[in-house]
Design a protein around this ligand. Structure first.
Ligand SMILES: Nc1ncnc2c1ncn2[C@@H]1O[C@H](COP(=O)(O)OP(=O)(O)OP(=O)(O)O)[C@@H](O)[C@H]1O
Ligand SMILES: [Mg+2]
Length: 329
């Protein structure tokens, strides 16, 4: 991953040294991948004799008090959410100054790797992936947990259960982003932050965030799964931040001819600069999108997306008695 280990003192470089070593109750077996602030290993849980994914965070994060507090709080909340599309966290803790998370090992690849390999996905497949991520995010929001770093690298795509469900998608890394820390500090923009392709305008300007920042980021991811490119592409980070804040996103149909124009309005709403102008929930956004893709009529979109089941239409409005459990948009 480009520049992933730059100026941090990650456990990087020690990876070969870690294989075979025991960290907390886990024996490291091999490196799976690394990002801007952590390395993920395949490891053996000694007590339960099962394979886990063990994430070791950069030691410099453990020294950051804001991060530590949020890490402790959010790992607890994330571990409490039992959802089929959220990677189950088994344990989170600290050993010898290193923060670690043990979670379910998800065989497969992340959406970043999938997009790098396949480019734009068939709209039906993009819809199937989006709805799974959306349900995970809405469940998190119902627990007052905002992900803050929805991006292809945090979406794991495993094999599904059957022909009707060819992929099973997991969302991971709740609250682990460094963006809010470094964006407010600005000195480290572009050093540490990793990708800025999916960051919401209110995160950039340091305003308080809620679930609607995840709606925005999910929309950036969905845009990329449909077109092969994120909504904003600029030559440098500052121009990209500016674009998220002020520039209108291009219509998806202009980036990928054949996509119905009805999808443009849906993406534009999900990518609105003001959170209150976006969809109130992720599932509302994805339902509108799938309905728009459905209405696209015959053409390249339908043909490419012909595999798999037809996506459902937008869900009906909840009955009055259920209104209290639905979040206000
Ligand atoms: N539970 C898991 N099971 C299997 N592989 C995983 C798991 N969690 C993460 N990975 C893999 O490890 C890689 C590195 O993850 P990591 O979260 O450190 O990086 P990232 O999300 O790509 O970047 P960033 O540090 O900016 O979040 C991921 O891209 C993913 O492929
Ligand atoms: Mg990650």
């Amino acid at each position: 991953m480009a520049g992933a280990t730059r100026d941090t003192d990650l456990p990087a470089g020690r990876e070969s040294g870690l294989v075979g070593k025991q960290i907390a109750g886990y024996v490291v077996q091999g490196e799976i991948g690394r990002g801007g602030m952590a390395v993920v290993y395949r490891a053996r849980d000694v007590r339960l004799d099962r394979t886990v994914a063990l994430k070791l965070l950069a030691p410099e994060l453990a020294r950051n008090d804001t991060f530590r507090k949020r890490f402790a709080h959010e790992s607890r909340v994330a571990a409490a959410i039992d959802h089929p599309h959220i990677v189950p966290v088994f344990e989170a803790g600290e050993t010898e100054g290193v923060l670690y998370i043990a979670m379910r090992y998800v065989p497969g690849q992340d959406l970043r790797a999938l997009l790098d390999r396949e480019g734009a996905l068939a709209p039906v497949k993009a819809g199937r992936i989006a709805v799974q991520v959306a349900s995970a995010l809405d469940a998190a929001h119902a627990h007052d947990l905002v992900h803050r770093d929805v991006k292809p690298g945090n979406i794991l795509v495993a094999e599904g259960t059957d022909r009707d469900h060819p992929e099973h998608v997991y969302l991971t890394d709740f609250g682990l982003t460094k963006k809010s820390l470094s964006l407010t500090g600005l000195t480290t923009v572009g050093q540490f932050v990793g990708t800025l392709d999916y960051v919401a305008p209110e995160q950039i300007s340091g305003r308080p965030v809620d679930g609607r920042c995840d709606v925005y980021s999910l929309a950036c991811v969905v845009f990329e799964t449909l077109t092969g490119v994120p909504p904003f592409r600029r030559d440098d980070d500052m121009a990209l931040l500016w674009a998220h804040q002020y520039d209108p996103p291009p219509p998806v149909s202009s980036e990928r001819p054949g996509l119905p124009e009805a999808a443009d309005g849906v993406l534009a709403k999900a990518l609105a600069k003001a959170p209150e102008e976006r969809y109130g929930t992720c599932l509302e956004f994805v339902a509108a999108l799938r309905a728009a893709l459905e209405r696209g009529g015959p053409g390249p979109v339908r043909r490419e997306g012909a595999e798999g089941p037809e996506p459902p239409a937008a869900p009906p409005k909840p009955p009055k008695w259920a209104v209290p459990v639905f979040r206000e948009p």
